[in-house]
Write a protein that binds this ligand. Structure first.
Ligand code: DON
Length: 643
């Protein structure tokens, strides 16, 4: 039976449409089940239950269309900086964004005109007055900040565009990146405000009078009314707040909405001016950059972490959503979200320090080389970092690096768990890298790909004339590079294999016995890039002995990426597990270069063992010795990583 692909339901309450797609319904149902079990989801549900009964505040009426809102409407949504969304209550009901549009347009004006030009027209001082107060600088006539209507109207006039229509396209484009979908306007609200916005109209003419607005003030005002009338849901606002929390990148769409450097300015203004004449109490009690709107929206941002949004139309005396304030105050108290509530101790950014002795690369070295490397491997230090690395965290890291420098040759900074790196922190890293370089030591990064918050800071702070920094796909490749560097400095000669006797698997087998193996060990050549072994079931029972060239043993991961298990070269063998009875291959082997290898079928060895069992016994003993050594190394690594 073919399920109907989508059904539209008109909600009883005015102007609400909800769409369901049955195909994804199953996946959504599974996600919803998981979501329902998440502690924060349950917490938000209890918060919603508690504050649904709050009857404080009244719905805004000065814009007649807004007066139609139902005071019981109430939604809470949280979107994390890595794009996970929580939602409780009325989170899909559309309403108009109103003043929550102001931080978005301020970010757009900064990106289009630059800080200096915007600061010449709009100040950054809290007015301590209501949102519609005519708070202009007595000398310049400039609005005190971009969050009060005067400042917002001026800011709207500053976005790039030769015509009002061009400016609107720019406004709509930036907004859609913040909320993750195309914007639509609630025409009824727009007309309602445009027809009754006399105070704003007066403000716009004042701004024209003081030369704050260059063009037609009424064009700027109409664009301001339009931006305030953009339809959003509580989820959209949480996504908008999370985009600010994520340094200007929408964590759900992955699209950059505004440059990272402008986000700091926007959050600063939101912290000091976002809640108007309640801003002081808000910062005191909640301590997060925030913005409210007259239709009942409130957003709050925990930088680097997540965005919170509440929708509830009844407003308190300062024009902020009464339930919105209450919910944020409670969340800040319950989770210690206050920005000045003590940040993470700098030392916590350093989660682990270990050396290549405990965690060598997966490049398998010839016995002699491996022994030599184990002796010097402690000179390669790996530092695992985590969380937001600011100036203080970086200072702590750098101090530890310099403390270890005298006994070290190279440092690998594993950035996998770093959520954000400030420019101040990046500068310290560049500095220590160049001073280590001057001592002939290396300082490299691993796992920074796909981390815009880290890459941006490192690239943006590269000193003039600096040749740049090295970063590796993963720790394994970074450590291998450090090992090769160290071995090269130790002039360790790499052994060349010419005969079968030099393979560890054949250790203890005399020449006569080896000669018995030769007829069943043909030499084959594999071109670079060839797949020599494919993971999975099969009947290929060959063991391979590398005469020359290099191969990599790789595992395909669930996300279809590949993880290197080992890189093998001349004098090493692979595929030995077929001797233990199964021809299923646990990993694939690819030729990194042209490879010349002897092959030995396990079945041929079994036949040979019928007459000469000692050969197979010796080979199996050597294999178990090798497996034991690998087990010891793995335990050492687990011990290090578990510490
Ligand atoms: O300009 C106005 O008055 C409205 N469009 C926006 C005001 C607003 O959202 C104030 N926020 N609390």
């Amino acid at each position: 039976m073919e399920l109907a692909r989508s059904v539209t339901t008109i909600g009883a309450k005015r102007g609400v449409t909800v769409q369901f797609d049955f195909d994804n319904a199953r996946a959504d149902r599974r996600d919803a089940q998981i979501n329902a079990t998440l502690p924060l989801q349950r917490y938000l549900e209890s918060l919603h239950r508690n504050y649904q009964a709050l009857r404080d505040g009244t719905v805004a009426t000065y814009i007649p269309e807004l007066a139609k809102a139902d005071p019981d409407w109430f939604g809470i949504s949280v979107v994390t900086a890595d794009g996970y969304a929580y939602a409780v209550g009325e989170c899909d009901r559309a309403f108009t964004i109103q003043s929550i549009s102001k931080p978005v347009i301020y970010a757009a004006a900064l990106a289009d005109r630059g800080r200096e030009a915007v600061l010449r027209k709009v100040g950054v001082e809290p007015s301590g007055e209501a949102f519609n107060s005519i708070s202009l600088d007595p000398q310049t006539g400039a609005p005190l900040n971009p969050m009060i209507n005067a400042g917002a109207i001026a800011t709207t006039s500053l976005v790039q565009g030769d015509t009002a229509a061009d400016k609107w396209s720019r406004i709509a484009a930036v907004m859609s990146r913040f909320i993750g979908h195309a914007v639509t306007i609630d025409e009824a609200v727009y007309r309602s405000e445009s027809h009754t916005g006399f105070r704003n109209r007066a403000i716009a003419w004042m701004l024209k009078n003081f030369g704050v607005i260059d063009g037609d003030p009424m064009e700027a005002l109409e664009n301001y009314f339009r931006q305030c009338s953009v339809r959003v849901t509580c989820r959209d606002l949480a996504c908008l707040a999370a985009t600010l929390a994520n340094g200007g990148v929408n964590p759900i769409s992955g699209e950059r909405a505004v440059p990272a450097e402008d986000v700091q300015a926007v959050l600063s203004i939101m912290a000091t001016c976002g809640m108007y004449d309640y801003a002081g109490s808000w910062l005191y009690e909640v301590g997060l950059p925030a913005k409210s709107g007259v239709s009942g929206g409130v957003i709050a941002v925990l930088p680097g972490r997540f965005g919170i949004a509440i929708f509830s139309p009844p407003l308190d005396a300062t024009g902020n959503s009464a339930r919105g304030i209450a919910v944020c105050r409670q969340m800040s108290r319950d989770f210690g979200l206050h920005a000045f509530g003590g940040s993470m101790a700098p030392s916590l950014v350093l989660s682990r320090v270990y050396s290549a002795r405990e965690a060598p690369s997966r490049r398998v070295r010839a016995t002699g080389v491996a022994t030599r490397l184990r002796a010097v491997a402690p000179q390669i230090k790996c530092l695992s970092l985590q969380g937001d690395v600011g100036f203080d965290g970086a200072e702590y890291i750098v101090r530890n690096v310099m403390r270890l420098a005298s006994e070290s040759d190279s440092f690998v900074l594993d950035m996998h768990r770093v959520t954000y790196l400030t420019e101040g922190g990046a500068r310290l890293f560049h500095d220590v890298r160049s001073s280590l370089f001057a001592q002939g030591k290396a300082f490299v990064y691993s796992r920074i790909r796909g981390k815009p918050g880290v890459l941006h800071a490192l690239r943006h702070t590269l000193p003039e004339g600096d040749n740049g920094f090295l970063s590796f796909e993963d720790n394994d490749l970074a450590v291998e590079w450090c090992e090769d560097r160290l071995l090269a400095s130790q002039n360790v000669p790499l052994p060349r294999v010419s005969t079968r006797a030099s393979f560890p698997l054949f250790a203890g087998i005399d020449a006569k016995a080896l000669a018995r193996l030769e007829p069943v060990m043909p030499s084959l050549v594999f071109p670079a890039g060839a797949t020599i072994i494919s993971a999975g079931p099969g009947d290929d029972d060959r063991i391979f002995f590398i005469e020359s060239g290099e191969v990599s043993v790789v595992l395909e991961l669930s996300d279809r990426s590949h993880q290197r298990i080992a890189t093998l070269s001349s004098g090493m063998s692979f595929g030995e597990m077929t001797m233990l009875g199964s021809t299923a291959r646990s990993a694939s082997v690819h030729a990194d270069t042209e490879v010349r290898a002897w092959t030995l079928r396990a079945s041929a060895l079994d036949v040979l063992a019928l007459k000469h069992p000692d050969i197979k016994i010796t080979i199996l003993k050597n294999l178990s010795l090798d497996l034991a050594q690998r087990l010891r190394q793995a335990n050492l690594l687990i011990g290090t990583l578990a510490a």
